[in-house]
Design a protein around this ligand. Structure first.
Ligand code: ME8
Length: 672
């Protein structure tokens, strides 16, 4: 048993997950939306003392992925490896706190899916038959429609298939499902989705084909390997295989027992039928408990329609991370869109919210309060002479209300409530004008007044910061440290109460939290997005573009001898890291340049390096090199280069020789 499990035995388990995303294309904001919501809930539950397990991952089998891989000229596995890594890198870059990341091509998953299939077979829920009808490859869905008809779900053309298949007796579960929905009104939320699902089931359920024979990119049916298991059965099982279902190892069984049934399964509305009908039916048939709830959210719209790769109207999280940071994106997604309903994304709205709520709202409250404590109290939290009736009750209300709203995943109202409190504190500070010296008021009385105002403001900030921590964790961590409270990840935020901030606390180092965004931020994001889109349209499987490393760093000895010395702090500014070359190719029209894609472990990036005359591109694949990772991006021959490869420079011509290590070294390692 792991240390984590031993330490947490007294805590209540809480299991939350996102859908696992298809690897037919790189992640976009729609995927980020669900994953950020799950991360926020996971953080909130951890803060409340739960033993949280948060799962996400990628759905890698099926005809759709096989075709995308063929189109890209890659094997399905290589293709899935690349795109899955993109999702994983993005979540790591955003600091998401998933405890596990499942890929359906992993052996642990295959084992579990085959166990589930066998279980259903042994229990008499599977039989062999022939399916002749239409199939929608895009939705991986058997469609009840005449030949030539489009898919009733997505409108794309369907294909005629006639195959010997294994069938699951879904028709036996209609009444059982309806009885279950009736008895558990919170099983599917919101109610509108519950009603849709119930109407679908009332319309009658037909047996479901659960294997395919016309291609083989999938998990074979145990004992009949020419069949692969239907991709949705394969994918849905991830929620249990990730816990260890199908394994006989005691630690896997213990994990499964501990976290299953899941507490919250998050998903977008287009896949509610698979999750709320097929998945519970499979579980019922296998004799397993059903998840406690499905929370179905709406769509993120961009330019009036659902953001999706096939429509080509996507925005990438990376664009926003580069310009405004992860917290701005998280805040926007959860504040602007009522969870459950559709909502629109636009760069204008993003920047407007950022400036109004984060820069001018929360950020400004923190900076004005802490600056005044610096000025009037030498950076030490003052004593208060008592509670303030326009602020303290507001704080207590916010603590109670916000908790309930997070629990019901009503993120937008939770944030709205916190911002009402921020506004009340702002009004209080302005009305109390601690910066004014009242005529004839003795200094001591004046200081007492200031003390009360600034204590009240600082304590409010402490509470606000603890409340917003699940949504904007990076900013909250900074503010917590500025308040002199240390590392927020170590703080106990379970029972917030007014008065927790101790007078006499020395503030930490102050600094900006959310600098105001200029209008130009919008153009920058739009330009980045256009550049990114052009690239991904050309090759959906390319890793994200990153800057280029320019010509190699020259380590010529005489030059070093003549250089003035630098301090260790100067050197520390240079972020040297080990990276592995994944892609290397010549740059058309530039004899010296190679375009590289390198893996840093936590991200992939593009570097343009002047080493083409010394190294054949194919000789570099897999090689570990040292790069300057924090060099400002620059363009070389129209390609963005994000970093620089370090090399010695030999002879008059400066022939580059790449720096490397004799030992095998982990990628991402920093040189210092
Ligand atoms: O359906 N708005 O994968 P997928 C909101 N592999 N959410 C969005 C969105 C948008 N515009 N676009 C995507 C699959 N999402 C299957 C799931 S689970 C066993 C298998 C989010 O890559 C949302 O959560 O098409 C949606 O349900 C999911 O991504 C679909 O991702």
């Amino acid at each position: 048993m792991s240390a984590r499990m031993t330490n947490k035995t007294d805590k209540i388990p809480f299991y939350v997950m996102t859908p696992i995303y298809y690897v037919n294309a790189r992640p976009h904001l729609g995927h980020t939306y669900t994953t950020v919501a799950a991360d926020t809930l996971a953080r909130y539950k951890r803060m409340r003392g739960f033993d949280v397990r948060f799962l996400t991952g990628t759905d890698e089998h099926g005809q759709k992925i096989e075709r995308s891989a063929n189109k890209a000229g890659k094997t399905a596995q290589a293709f899935a490896d690349e795109i899955s890594a993109e999702f994983r890198f993005l979540w790591a870059r955003m600091g998401l706190t998933n405890d596990d990341y499942i890929r359906t091509t992993e052996p642990r998953h295959k084992r579990g899916v085959q166990r589930l299939f066998t279980e259903l077979q042994q229990r008499g829920y599977i039989y062999k038959g022939t399916y002749t009808g239409q199939y929608c490859v895009s939705d991986e869905l058997y469609v009840d429609a005449p030949e030539g008809a489009p898919c009733p779900d997505c409108g794309r053309p369907t294909e005629r298939v006639s195959e010997e298949n294994y069938y699951f007796k879904l028709s036996e579960f209609g009444d059982k499902l309806l009885a279950y929905y009736e008895a558990h009104p919170d099983f599917i939320r919101p109610e509108s989705r519950r009603n849709e699902v119930m109407a679908f089931v009332r319309g009658g359920l037909k047996d479901l084909s659960i294997s395919r024979t016309s291609f083989n990119w999938g998990i074979p049916v145990p004992g009949d390997e020419k069949h692969v298991i239907y991709v949705w059965m394969d994918a849905l099982a991830n929620y249990i295989t990730a816990l260890g279902y199908g394994s006989d190892a005691p630690e896997d069984q213990a994990r499964f027992q501990k976290y299953w049934p899941a507490d919250v399964q998050l998903l977008g509305k287009e896949i509610s039928r698979f999750h709320c009908v097929y998945w519970p039916a499979f579980l019922m048939a296998a004799g397993l408990p059903l998840p406690k709830s499905f929370v179905v959210h709406g769509w993120l719209l961009f330019e009036q329609s659902k953001m999706s790769k096939s429509r080509g109207n996507i925005v990438r999280a990376e664009t926003i991370l580069d310009v405004l940071g992860a917290d701005a994106l998280r805040y926007f997604l959860l504040r602007e869109i009522v969870f459950g309903q559709d909502g629109s994304f636009s760069f204008d709205a993003l920047v407007q919210r950022y400036n109004a709520d984060l820069a001018n709202g929360y950020g400004n409250l923190v900076s004005r309060t802490l600056t005044m404590i610096g000025k009037y109290f030498d950076g030490v939290v003052p004593e208060s002479t008592g509670e303030v009736e326009t602020v303290t009750p507001e704080a207590r209300t916010a603590i109670v209300k916000v908790g309930g709203l997070f629990d019901s995943l009503d993120f937008s109202r939770a944030l709205e409530t916190i911002w009402v409190f921020i506004a009340a504190v702002d009004i209080y500070i302005t009305a109390s004008a601690p910066w004014k010296q009242g005529a004839g008021v003795p200094d001591k009385v004046q200081q007492q007044h200031r003390g009360q105002v600034l204590y009240t403001a600082a304590e409010s900030i402490r509470i606000i910061t603890a409340l917003v921590y699940p949504v904007i964790p990076d900013a909250a961590a900074k503010v917590w440290a500025q308040l002199g409270l240390g590392d927020i990840t170590q703080a106990d935020l379970k029972d917030l109460e007014w008065g927790g901030l101790k007078p006499g606390t020395k503030l930490g180092t102050l600094g900006p939290i959310f600098p105001r965004a200029e209008k130009e931020a919008i153009t920058r994001m739009q330009e980045k997005e256009e550049a990114g889109l052009a690239e991904s349209t050309a090759a959906a499987t390319q890793v994200p573009s990153a800057p280029v490393a320019a010509a190699p760093v020259v380590a010529a000895a005489p030059a070093v001898a003549e250089t003035k010395t630098i301090t260790i702090d100067d050197f520390a500014k240079v972020e040297l890291r080990v990276a592995q070359i994944k892609v290397a190719e010549r740059v058309a029209g530039a004899d010296r340049l190679l375009r590289l894609e390198v893996d840093l472990g936590y991200e992939q990036r593009q570097i343009v390096a002047g080493i083409a005359e010394a190294y054949a591109p194919e000789s570099l694949i897999g090689r570990k090199v040292v790069i300057v990772a924090n060099l400002a991006p620059r363009k070389l021959r129209g390609l963005e280069s994000n970093g620089m490869v370090v090399a010695a420079s030999l002879g008059e011509k400066g022939k580059p020789v790449l720096a490397g290590f004799l030992e095998d070294i982990e990628i991402g390692a920093r040189l210092k």
